[in-house]
Ligand binder design. Structure first.
Ligand code: CTP
Length: 398
């Protein structure tokens, strides 16, 4: 399964570099996100802009002197951590030689050393070069070092010769990448499951500069998303304007208002597990002003209208086998109120969170949560990540 996966595409300086643009499109059509790293010599065969336009992301070439603001020379570490697979297609004899000898003279070779994901090499070169003893030895060495190698196809080469050395068809590279990703996927109780997690506050604007919101930082929801990923889930995190840092390894989409979140949730109704950790505003302004309201004209009363209760709606639509997990944020009668939300919203589980508890609640790094299910009650304390891991391990035992 390539959908939702993150693919780092390495392009080196061979004539087949132009084919990498088609390969990128094929990965995207299958639902993957792609980032591209080029060697400096690849830029002589195809433009950086081709790949930045297609991937809708900056392209990494140099370790130093990147132009983009906020850029850093540690991109080889970050991108290596981000990817589910690093596919180097085409991989020239020169880059192959560097890789098997552990060289790190450019962004691509540095990322090869830093990456912890599987790496697929697609050696592509002239037939005579491919058959040379040195290339054959380097390919064997690459396999011995744990790299995956997809043999080139035979056919008409740029040199005019008919021989082995062509970049395999995009569909073959896709199929091979998919197999490798599956092989390396985390095996856990959520493997193969689509998990939708919402996190953070909503903002209900009533003029272009003012809104109703709450102090949610998104920390707990982000921790739940990462906990689900660690159990093997294919996680999509929908997040509001959070202040907590979101790890690059999560697939994310942002929202601002409750209505916007509702639309995004509706488009993902096939999720096997839904974790609603977002602090959704129950109200929005009855009327929004397109211009800033001047204080001398403003009424001191803000008229409100209700927002949809997204979780309750999900409870009404619940498909067989789907697991719904809610959160309850209370200041009094924690268990009683949480239990009534569990029933009223047709949930399988609810995480009861007391705002009056020390070391818990908005912005705190730690939390105390009581997990409630049908005839089940257990409390967990620790950092938000520890609590999130414990909750999901309890709900989804090995
Ligand atoms: N929730 C939702 N849509 C809303 C409000 C809440 O989906 N409009 C979800 C939250 O994400 C949470 C659960 O419902 O998982 C409970 O939210 P909470 O704010 O604790 O309770 P409410 O249902 O809003 O009830 P009340 O404000 O009366 O406590």
């Amino acid at each position: 399964m390539i959908a939702g996966k993150r693919i780092l595409l390495g392009v080196t300086g061979g004539i087949a570099a132009y084919k990498a643009a088609y390969l990128l499109r094929e990965f995207q059509k299958s639902g993957a996100s792609v980032r591209v790293i080029m060697t400096p010599s690849a830029t002589r065969f195809i433009g950086i802009e081709t790949f930045s336009s297609l991937s809708r992301h900056e392209v990494a070439v140099e370790v130093f002197n990147q132009q983009a603001p906020g850029d850093s020379w540690t991109k080889h570490i970050q991108w290596g951590d981000w990817a589910d697979i690093f596919v180097i297609a085409p991989c020239t004899a020169n880059t192959l030689a560097k890789i098997v000898h552990g060289e790190s003279d450019n962004m691509l070779t540095s990322t090869v050393l830093a990456a912890r994901c599987p790496i697929l090499l697609c050696p592509t070169m002239d037939g005579e070069m491919y058959e040379s003893p040195a290339v054959a030895e380097n390919l064997q060495k690459a396999r011995d070092l744990g790299f995956y190698v997809l043999e080139p196809e035979s056919g008409y080469l740029a040199s005019g010769l008919e021989a082995a050395g062509r970049l395999p068809k995009s569909e073959n590279i896709l199929e091979e990448s998919s197999k490798i990703i599956d092989k390396h996927a985390i095996q856990g109780p959520l493997t193969g499951k689509q998990v939708l997690v919402t996190a953070g506050p909503t903002r209900e604007f009533f003029d272009p500069v003012r809104f109703i919101s709450n102090p949610s930082t998104g920390k707990m929801g982000i921790a739940m998303a990462d906990a689900a990923r660690l159990l093997g889930g294919n996680v999509a995190l929908l997040h509001g304007p959070v202040t907590a840092e979101i790890p690059d390894r999560l697939n994310t989409e942002s929202f601002v208002s409750a209505d916007e979140l509702f639309e995004k949730v509706k488009s993902r109704l096939d999720a096997d597990v839904v974790i609603m950790a977002a602090a959704v505003s129950d109200f929005k302004a009855a009327k929004t002003n397109s211009q800033k309201v001047k204080k001398k004209n403003a009424s001191l009363t803000l008229e409100m209208s209700p927002n949809p209760d997204i979780l309750e709606w999900l409870g009404e639509q619940k498909k067989p086998g789907q697991i719904l997990i809610g959160f309850a944020m209370e200041t009094e009668d924690l268990i009683k109120n949480a239990k009534s939300k569990l029933d009223q919203k047709n949930l399988d589980w609810i995480c009861a969170n007391s705002l009056s508890e020390g070391g818990a609640g908005f912005g705190s790094d730690t939390n105390k949560i009581t997990l409630l299910g049908k005839n089940f009650e257990e409390s967990f304390t620790g950092t938000k990540q520890e609590v999130a891991n414990q909750i999901l391990e309890k709900i989804f035992p090995e």
